[in-house]
Design a protein around this ligand. Structure first.
Ligand SMILES: Cc1cc2nc3c(=O)[nH]c(=O)nc-3n(C[C@H](O)[C@H](O)[C@H](O)COP(=O)(O)OP(=O)(O)OC[C@H]3O[C@@H](n4cnc5c(N)ncnc54)[C@H](O)[C@@H]3O)c2cc1C
Length: 625
């Protein structure tokens, strides 16, 4: 395993710490993260990306780095971590880990104390001028480490308050007080799901200089191999058959197994990157999370993105901005009018699948051949206790397949494994993701150890990136309602085709008992009252903010009601929104105007672009930051 010098610096700490005797090591900055994964999803909440031991029951390989110390001697050590099942008072602290310094593990076991992110005291350690440190996962069950601090000043404790901690990090990492500043782009797209990527490609093909900012190393959002949702909806519909051309450039070739939660190749991350990189007008900012924005007089001037591994900040300037984060993150930062359904909204899912160890078998078969290897799985007393409770995929008490259940492997880990219906979809998100994981581990424990089924199967893949369905919706000049869809209300600026039913989710009553408040299986609205005649062309005025003049929206954070979101949220539809935004942004540039004026003064020109479409590939490559 490669040993690397991490970006570790001995610098000034706030409080009483002596600048010459304190070292901060950011876990995500370990150059060799071993089997750990970098999780940036909650960094706005708990202050930083962190390393997660997502081994689905098998301890992951150590993460390693070399630390240089300002002087040899004895240091007190803290590890920022938490017991991730503590919110449920669940026993066993499954996310246990050790810190190994020069080959010797500290006696403290980390990840065992309390639900909040905190600095767990690891006692003292003697080091020379440099030491190799390793994060050693003890369980394979989602242990987490944000950072490590070594300090010689025994009277000092590491700050944990949001602002203090941010200041401490900045100083300790030697980060500049001011971010790097870019030139001004025509369009800055924040969020590289299908919506944002389609917008970036369309705008670039229309000749705009575009920045595309995405907080993961891949594009596609829920349709990436990290989340594995297959894009649905219909595009290329009359009277605008070219709307959808860019979307279909991005969507992978359909195969027999093009369904949710299948293997990574189905979701073809490279394809999306290839399409974007073929556009010379796009500058792609991967692994950058926007967490600050500057606006004046109702206009955004720039957004600031933080690199997920290095913490370096870049201020990205632009004339027009697109919020395609799903969460309305940019709009929220600049005070855009928005709405959130606080309780009774759609939840989030962490899809998963299982695999048979018998190579000759259908991977989803439950038949055990004699030659098969047995796959043991430990009891999980800290998971949701499903010993005697029904869930989809279980022999007893499972619902019929058409309502999302069924006694089939495909029922395990599919879209209806969903939680967080009544929890804040931003503030409670780590808890929501973790509840999905607890439900999944509880189900697999019950199947393997109580029912004793699937003896030769293992958990094969589990998303640690949550697939989100609903959070903030930014408000535009029109707020599309389900009534509009049902009544077939025509808008003169109808521009993206909706074809999906009015499909919202709620806790499935068949599986609710005993889990009230923490339900993890969903049902969906369907049948009479939830259909409409499609394609329904939804209005352009849902795609820009009503109070931030240069802000577009595309994706699940557009201007719709909770119910209408059920129809517009599928990804070919969100991609079509992106195409429209790309075209509208080009008109903003051509006529030196803002999104609202495209409706008020240039709707004819927008329709001309919609007839023409943007489905052609450019010859040269994009630049990458
Ligand atoms: C389990 C599940 C099943 C579903 N089933 C289907 C289905 O079968 N077919 C279908 O078409 N749709 C389905 N949906 C709905 C669909 O996936 C979502 O509505 C869709 O992802 C919305 O697209 P989007 O581009 O708005 O958001 P996303 O796909 O969420 O993309 C947003 C991207 O922005 C990034 N981002 C967020 N914040 C920031 C920030 N501050 N800075 C930088 N980047 C940021 C995110 O990492 C993400 O990659 C399903 C959803 C789920 C969760």
């Amino acid at each position: 395993m490669k040993r690397i010098l991490a970006s570790i610096l001995a610098l000034a700490c706030p409080g009483d710490a002596d600048p010459q005797n304190t070292v901060l090591v950011e876990a995500e900055a370990f150059e060799d993260v071993g089997g750990w994964v970098i999780d940036q999803q909650f960094m706005d909440l708990m202050g930083s990306p962190y390393l997660l031991a997502h081994g689905i029951g098998i301890p992951v390989e150590d993460a390693r780095t070399t630390v240089e110390f300002p002087r040899a001697g004895v240091y007190r050590v803290w590890v920022r971590t938490r017991d991730w099942v503590a919110p449920w008072n669940a026993p066993g602290a499954p996310g246990r880990l050790q810190l190994v310094v020069d080959g010797t593990a500290l006696t403290t076991t980390f990840g065992t104390e309390g639900e909040a992110w905190h600095w767990q005291d690891g006692g003292e350690v003697r080091v020379g001028l440099s030491a190799e440190i390793a994060l050693h996962d003890l369980t394979g069950f989602e242990g987490r480490c944000d950072a490590i601090v070594f300090c010689q000043d025994t009277g000092w404790t590491v700050p944990n308050g949001k602002d203090e901690l941010a200041l401490f990090r900045r100083k300790a990492l030697g980060l500049a007080d001011r971010p790097e500043v870019t030139l001004e782009y025509d369009l800055v797209v924040v969020g590289g799901g299908v919506a944002g990527t389609s917008a970036a490609v369309t705008a670039a093909r229309e000749g705009l200089q575009v920045a595309l900012v995405q907080d993961r190393p891949v594009l596609g959002g829920n349709s990436s191999s990290e989340v594995r949702v297959w894009p649905q909806g219909h595009v290329n519909q009359k009277p605008y058959p070219r709307i959808g051309d860019v979307v279909m450039d991005l969507v992978p070739e359909r195969r027999e197994d093009s369904r949710n939660a299948q293997n990574a190749e189905v979701f073809d991350d490279d394809r999306k990157l290839r399409v974007v990189r073929a556009e010379p007008n796009i500058t792609l900012y991967l692994e950058r999370r926007v967490n600050e924005a500057h606006a004046e007089g109702g206009r955004i001037l720039s957004v600031t993105a933080q690199h997920v591994r290095t913490a370096v900040r870049t201020r990205i300037r632009g004339r027009w901005f697109l919020d395609s984060t799903g969460d309305g993150a940019v709009g929220f930062l600049v005070g855009a009018d928005h709405d959130v359904t606080r309780t009774g909204h759609m939840g989030a899912s962490n899809l998963w699948n299982i695999q048979c160890l018998c190579e000759d078998e259908d991977p989803l078969s439950s038949v055990l051949e004699e030659a098969c290897e047995l796959a043991a799985f430990p009891r999980c007393p800290w998971a949701v206790d499903l010993t005697d409770k029904p869930f989809p995929g279980r022999t007893k008490g499972a619902k019929s397949p058409e309502t999302g259940g069924g006694d089939k492997p495909i029922s395990l880990g599919n879209w209806f494994w969903e939680s967080g219906f009544d929890r804040d979809p931003i503030e409670d998100m780590e808890r929501i993701r973790d509840q999905n994981l607890r439900a999944m581990y509880g189900a697999w424990d019950a199947i393997k150890n109580v029912e004793k089924r699937y003896p030769a199967h293992k958990l094969n893949w589990v998303a640690y990136i949550a697939g989100k369905r609903e959070s903030r919706r930014l408000l535009g000049d029109v707020i599309l309602t389900a009534e509009d869809l049902r009544d077939g209300r025509e808008f003169e600026d109808g521009c993206f085709p909706c074809t999906w039913g009015i499909d919202t989710h709620f806790p499935d009553p068949a599986y609710q008992g005993g889990h009230e408040g923490d339900e993890f299986i969903a049902d969906y609205t369907r049948g009479e009252g939830y259909t409409y005649e499609g394609p329904y062309w939804a209005p352009y005025r849902c795609l820009y903010s009503r109070n931030i003049d240069n802000l577009f929206m595309a994706g699940r954070d557009i201007s719709v009601t909770h119910e209408a979101l059920g129809a517009v949220r599928v990804m070919k539809t969100t991609g079509a929104m992106g195409e429209i935004v790309g075209m509208a942004a080009s008109l903003c540039k051509r006529f030196d105007c803002d999104p609202r004026a495209v409706y008020a003064e240039h709707l004819g020109e927008l329709k001309t672009l919609m007839m023409r479409g943007a489905g052609r590939s450019a010859a040269e490559g994009a630049s990458e930051e």
